[in-house]
Design a protein around this ligand. Structure first.
Ligand code: SF4
Ligand code: SF4
Length: 348
């Protein structure tokens, strides 16, 4: 028996809803699969009943979401839905540029480098990106392959839920296909909000997700953010303490993280949204050639915009600028410096 969770897309895209519906329809008839439909993972609050339901699932889980697998995995981790990383054999968009072994990727081996007192359950969580393929059969084949290799004992999820105090509410998330259509029909909601059938409003959210397989606990994000989003746990590990204090649409701190460990799953740039690779993933920093702002300058500008929106003074590059840049010793000249000087001389 394996649990399959489908995390619904934000909004009302018919093609996405169709794919979700096809998967639910196909999996509902399979005896050794328990399929559940939950709102978009990123938007779920810690106390939402779908989050509680996800926490209560025992054994291996396959999570299909409209997110890069790295983003989905660490969103789940922070909600205390944890397990070892299950490896999917599906071709993923996030693998496409994954052909080097940059410093930022060397820690990305699935284990946490930052102190974490929570025990890691002995089960696997497989995260599949629903944006990778439009054909439901591709996902069904992969689910069958994973189910055949799953090693956890048979667990009757429905029986398990009956023992839980909130079983009645939780069961609403084990919804049959015909509830898909009524899921987003509530009135008096912002366009940004989705209302699941049980009446709990799910609002669009925006906050950083830390990939702890990359994070080195260097604290540059907490120094940079002037909006109180980051904090420390009792072990001194960085955490996103006030998720909803983050400024919607702003990805500034992801640009200053030296480990490329900060993910904004809703950002349009794949590397910021959780694709493998680096936020500033260019072999030569073209900004030096064409006078564009560096990633840190861009981050400082984005932060200033949010400070002004809050009625505060701008700080530019005077606060929270990465120590590695401030204390950087002067490098000896190299060929790139010569090239830049030559271009300057041409006065292009
Ligand atoms: S800046 Fe990046 S590596 Fe450093 S503590 Fe923050 S998330 Fe971790
Ligand atoms: S994006 Fe801006 S407000 Fe949000 S955590 Fe990063 S620095 Fe703070």
């Amino acid at each position: 028996m394996i649990s399959v969770v489908i995390s619904q897309a934000q909004g009302k895209n018919p093609a996405k809803q169709q794919l979700e519906a096809e998967l639910v329809a196909a999996l509902s008839s399979e005896a050794d699969v328990k399929v559940s439909l939950v709102p978009h993972l990123y938007d779920l609050a810690a106390e939402h009943s779908a989050t509680q339901f996800l926490r209560a699932i025992p054994g291996d889980v396959i999570v299909l979401s409209w997110l890069y697998p790295r983003a989905a995995r660490w969103i789940l981790d922070r909600q205390n839905i944890r397990g070892h990383e299950g490896i999917s054999l599906l071709e993923s968009k996030s693998d496409e540029d994954d052909d080097d072994e940059s410093p930022a990727r060397k820690n990305g081996n699935g284990h946490c480098e930052v102190p974490d007192a929570r025990p890691l359950p002995n089960r696997k969580i497989y995260c599949l990106d629903l944006r990778d393929h439009s054909n439901a059969s591709v996902y069904l084949d992969e689910i069958h392959r994973i189910a055949s290799e799953a090693s956890m004992p048979l667990v009757d999820l429905f029986s398990f839920l009956q023992t839980q105090p909130q079983a009645e509410r939780l069961e609403k998330y084990l919804r049959p296909l015909d509830l898909l259509a009524e899921q987003k029909t509530a009135t008096s909601l912002d366009d940004d909000d989705d209302a699941p059938a049980n009446g709990e409003v799910v609002r669009r959210r925006w906050y950083p997700v830390i990939d702890y397989s990359r994070c080195t606990n260097c604290m540059e994000c907490i120094d940079f953010c002037l909006f109180g989003v980051y904090g420390l746990d009792p072990l001194g590990s960085i955490l996103v303490e006030q998720q909803d204090s983050c400024k919607k649409g702003c990805p500034a701190c992801s640009r200053v993280c030296p480990a490329n460990a900060i993910v904004f799953p809703g950002h349009k740039t794949p590397a910021i949204a959780g694709a493998d690779g680096e936020v500033g993933d260019v072999k030569i920093d073209l900004s030096k050639l064409f006078g564009a702002p560096s990633a840190v300058e861009l981050a400082a500008r984005e932060r200033d915009v949010e400070l002004v929106r809050d009625g505060r003074d701008t700080v530019g590059l005077t606060i929270g600028i990465p120590k590695r840049l401030k204390d950087k010793p002067k490098k000896p000249r190299d060929e790139l410096d010569d090239l830049i000087d030559s271009l300057d001389a041409l006065e292009l």
